[in-house]
Design a protein around this ligand. Structure first.
Ligand SMILES: Cc1ncc(COP(=O)(O)O)c(C=O)c1O
Length: 418
């Protein structure tokens, strides 16, 4: 795959080899990661990257669009069928820009947005002061109930009635539970707000129908196409038919420029693949593995935020083990298990330290790891949590982690041979 790069830039080719080796030899458990199938890589690197086009099929601003039009129409039809949606815009470059295109479609500067707090599961692009977009709107946040650590729908409802936001957002980056879309949709309708669900994390699970779909309930559903959807680094937005023109205008020219035809082609492939039995089985196993890891860790004395998980990720409270998220992330990283530190609800630590970690099961499930292997991973994690600085323990755990992941190739043998 890197023939020309090896000839012209061996230094850079070496870095690709180094990253391939890292991914192959690590137990990758970052919740937003997955491994793209080879056709996604091929299409992302195809000649479609050469084409500049703005606008929509049949209404482009540049010539030479007839093939691109076929690609975009094919991707749109496949996406609509897969997700059972009235309308989809697949021009977004990522989950972040997918959100911006909805904001561009329905909001004016100064409008209010009600969304989930970042430190309790939301996302940066939903109104964090750290995100540049937050300056244009007024933000109010709902959170989780301190006892259940699940969304406090009563708080959400009273904030919505009091504050009358123009947009209510559900969905986030570290929320392990199902969301009551129906209830939030009712609340939104009652106050005349738009309802947007950001399903960036769970799109693959939704496509495979292993968790409920937000599409029947929301005005707009945004998503990354990476994460559980296992496709190109890109985005997509679904909407009700009535909002189709609004969404398309908010996307182009509202918030984006020319289309990325190469990732659009890769997404088209994935919209077909995600309808297969193979993909459905992987997604089903992702959830089984996540539930199994939650149970195993609980058995080792860890506390699982909200008491478990319904999707591909779990958030683990490490306080019972006397370590911080930062310490645990670093110790695990040193033995070849990749997770990320994460705030737990009402976390006494700051975001660069944290009391928890977020763990995702998608990438390792794609490689074929099942519940028996999860028992081993939980056991390794427990040994590390008990002695994060003991060199002998770290050495043993590294060997165990290597032996385990070594049984599950990242890609079939010979994939990258030239
Ligand atoms: C809920 C949510 N929305 C949006 C995004 C942004 O997606 P992207 O990284 O594709 O821009 C993320 C990324 O982690 C996310 O978790």
């Amino acid at each position: 795959m890197l023939r020309e790069t090896r000839l012209t830039d061996p230094e850079l080719a070496g870095l690709v080899d180094e990253e391939l080796y890292r991914q192959e030899h690590n137990i990758e458990m970052i919740a937003s990661e997955s491994t793209v199938p080879v056709p996604v890589m091929e299409l992302s690197g195809s000649v479609f990257t050469n084409k500049t086009l703005e606008g929509y099929p049949g209404r482009r601003y540049q010539a030479g669009s007839h093939v691109a039009d076929k690609v975009e129409r094919l991707a749109v039809e496949r996406a609509k069928e897969l997700f059972g949606a009235d309308h989809v815009n697949i021009q977004s470059y990522s989950g972040s820009t997918a959100n911006y295109s909805v904001f561009a479609a329905v909001l004016k500067p100064g409008d209010k947005i009600l969304s989930m707090r970042l430190d309790q599961g939301g996302h940066l692009t939903h109104g964090s002061p750290a995100n540049w977009m937050s300056g244009f709107y007024r933000h109010i946040f709902y959170g989780v109930d301190p006892d259940t650590e699940q969304i406090d729908y009563d708080e959400l409802e009273s904030l919505a009635k009091e504050q009358k936001p123009r947009l209510i957002i559900a969905g986030g980056s570290s929320y392990p539970r199902l969301i009551d879309y129906e209830r939030i949709s009712r609340i939104s309708k009652d106050i005349g707000a738009y309802f947007m669900v950001d399903m960036a994390h769970i799109a693959g699970l939704v496509a495979a129908k292993v968790v409920p779909s937000p599409i029947p309930h929301a005005d707009f559903v945004t998503s990354s196409t990476t994460k559980t959807f296992c496709s190109a680094r890109s985005g997509m937005v679904f909407s009700k038919k009535d909002h189709a023109r609004l969404l398309d205008k908010g996307t182009f020219p509202g918030s984006l420029g020319s289309i990325h035809l190469h990732t659009m082609a890769a997404k088209a492939w994935s919209f077909k693949y995600a309808g297969t039995e193979e993909f459905r089985r992987i997604m089903e196993q992702v959830v089984k593995n996540a539930k199994s890891l939650a149970k195993e860790l609980e058995g080792h004395g860890f506390r699982i935020v909200s008491g478990g998980t319904d999707n591909h990720l779990l958030v683990v409270d490490l306080r019972s083990k006397g370590i911080t998220g930062k310490m645990f992330q670093e110790a695990l990283d040193s033995i070849g298990i990749t997770v990320n530190k994460n705030m737990i609800p009402f976390d006494p630590e700051n975001p660069s330290v944290t009391s928890g970690v977020r763990i995702g099961l998608t990438a390792i499930t794609q490689r074929g790891l099942g519940e028996g292997d999860i028992v081993e991973i939980a056991e390794i994690m427990n040994r590390i949590a008990d002695r994060p600085e003991d060199e002998a323990v770290l050495r043993e755990c590294r060997a165990d982690a290597q032996r385990l992941i070594g049984k599950f190739p990242l890609y079939p043998e010979g994939t990258f041979k030239e």
